[in-house]
Each structure stands twice: as C-alpha cells, then as structure tokens.
Design a protein around this ligand. Structure first.
Ligand code: SF4
Length: 106
C-alpha cells in the first residue's frame, strides 16, 4: 500500500500466511488476507524471486523427511514420544521428478 511492492515480493512475510482463513472469518466484509497473500506469492514467483522459506522446507524434507522441525524439546515437555525417523528416499524421488518436470516446462 505504501508502494514498496518489490520489497514485499522479495521478502519472507508473504510466505508466512498459513492460508487458514481466520482473518476472513473475523473480517466484517469477509475479505481477509489470504487471497492477497496468494496473489503476492504468484507475483513473487513470476518475478523469479527465490523463496528461501520453501527452499528451507525442501532441504528439511530431503534431510529428515519432515518439512517442520521435530521439536524434540517440546515433545519431551508434553510427554510425547520422539517423532519417528522417516526414510526420505521416496520424498527425494518425488522432488527430483517435480524438478525435472519443472525444467521440461521452461
Ligand atoms: S493472514 Fe489470514 S489466512 Fe493468513 S495466517 Fe493470518 S489469519 Fe490465517
């Protein structure tokens, strides 16, 4: 709104929306923000911006099979057993094929 579109498109904030729709539920005009964040993400990708948050998630998936931190300390405090180890072989195959398919589209 202040004219800093390039700054917004290259920042991390637009990737933090969980698309949960709670803002839409609370908005008196049923507008919310998720559609705006979706559009900004599309514009960011079209501009060729690298999405560090997504790259970090892919790296975690490849290394541990999880896209979120396992939060061992939190699990321990809540008396929940450790998250099981995941064989990331299939995930690696899916991501490799997706990358190859993406390269075919260019
Ligand atoms: S902006 Fe709206 S849809 Fe996105 S995380 Fe916040 S409440 Fe959820």
């Amino acid at each position: 709104m202040r004219g800093g579109l390039d700054e917004v498109l290259s920042g991390d904030e637009i990737w933090m929306c969980l698309q949960c729709g709670k803002c839409e539920q609370r908005c008196p005009q049923n507008t919310g923000l998720k559609d705006m964040f979706t559009r900004l993400r599309e514009l960011s990708i079209k501009k060729g911006n690298r999405v560090r948050i997504i790259e970090d998630k892919i790296k975690m998936l490849l290394e541990e099979g999880y896209a979120m931190p396992k939060r061992s300390g939190v699990r321990k405090r809540m008396n929940i057993s450790e998250a099981p180890k995941i064989d990331a072989t299939q995930i690696k195959g899916i991501l490799k094929r997706a990358k190859e398919d993406g390269a075919d589209d260019k």
